[in-house]
Design a protein around this ligand. Structure first.
Ligand SMILES: [Zn+2]
Length: 300
């Protein structure tokens, strides 16, 4: 599973790099990949992540111009991120015949894995664009927010429908449906929690950044951070998104102080905040439950 995750990650890695380059270059997202110096269209055998780069020794097959090492690094980086996600995911192979319940549980697991992979991919694109040009492109973040919201709604409807269906299949279950009991309503509300918290956290974090922009009169934060904050809130929900935000501020502060100490930047100079939001979100994606548990134990 790690190997499958890694390979999928490297493929997504070349997609991430292309998407980041094309958004910064204001080029169309559609159309085949081509060499940036000789504009020769790349053949399918030029598009194998990592392998193509190594076989061609980092040069274009057609004009022999050097291809930046960044392509290789992004592919390997994404391979590691998605490989690690797959490694963390508890894949259970059902030995018994497929029941409604096992089909439901595997489909929820699959959707969760897909949505996390999607989250990592979008974060990686925005990490690159914000780091290079301090830009969070609308062409990436806006569709990402819409996709996140729609998939949360669809998953919620799916969960509630399954709950209704599974209850209606048995005598005892039917007694838990309205008007006999409020069991169904309570569990339906529980199933809708990720959606409701996601929307709430998205508005909260996006609104928080918007407030910062107004207070600081646009120094430090940009409109891109508002949308990225909303996206992270939607995807991570409560309390994970809040922790991601705190981690972003902490790592950002440590990094900025480091830059000032080593004389690379002076106080008040802006550095992009997006990469730290990405970092905080990834930490919460992988270790969110442990961090929240640890924090709760701290308080008790
Ligand atoms: Zn070329």
């Amino acid at each position: 599973m790690i190997v499958i995750g890694f390979i999928l990650g490297t493929i997504l890695g070349s997609f991430v790099k292309a998407l980041a380059d094309r958004s910064l270059g204001k080029k169309s997202f559609w159309g085949r990949s081509y060499c940036l110096s000789c504009h020769h269209k790349l053949a399918w055998y030029d598009l194998f992540p990592i392998a193509s780069y190594i076989l061609l020794r980092g040069k274009c097959r057609y004009c022999h111009k050097k291809i930046g090492i960044e392509y290789l690094l992004v592919e390997i980086g994404m391979g590691i991120l998605v490989g690690f996600l797959f490694w963390q995911t508890p894949f259970v192979i059902a030995r018994s015949e497929a029941t409604w319940q096992s089909v439901f549980q595997s489909s929820i697991l699959l959707v969760d894995l897909l949505s996390k992979t999607f989250f990592i991919t979008i974060l990686a694109v925005l990490f690159l664009t914000d780091l290079k040009k301090m830009l969070i492109p609308d062409r990436v973040i806006k569709p990402a927010i819409v996709i996140a919201l729609v998939s949360l709604i669809v998953v919620t409807i799916y969960k509630v429908s399954y709950l209704y269906y599974s209850l209606s299949q048995s005598m005892v279950g039917r007694l838990l449906l309205p008007p006999h009991s409020d069991y169904f309503q309570r569990h339906a509300i529980a199933a809708a929690q990720p959606l409701m918290w996601g929307i709430f956290m998205g508005i909260l974090i996006g609104g928080f950044f918007y407030g910062l922009i107004i207070i600081t009169r646009g120094k430090g934060m940009g409109g891109g951070d508002v949308k990225l904050g909303a996206f992270i809130g939607l995807m991570l929900g409560f309390p994970q998104a809040l922790f991601a935000l705190i981690l972003a501020f902490l790592t950002g502060a440590v990094f900025s102080i480091g830059l000032i100490i080593f004389g690379k930047k002076h106080f008040g100079q802006t550095i992009p905040f997006g990469p730290f939001l990405v970092l905080g979100s990834l930490i919460m994606l992988y270790w969110g439950n442990q961090i929240v548990d640890w924090y709760l134990k701290l308080g008790s």
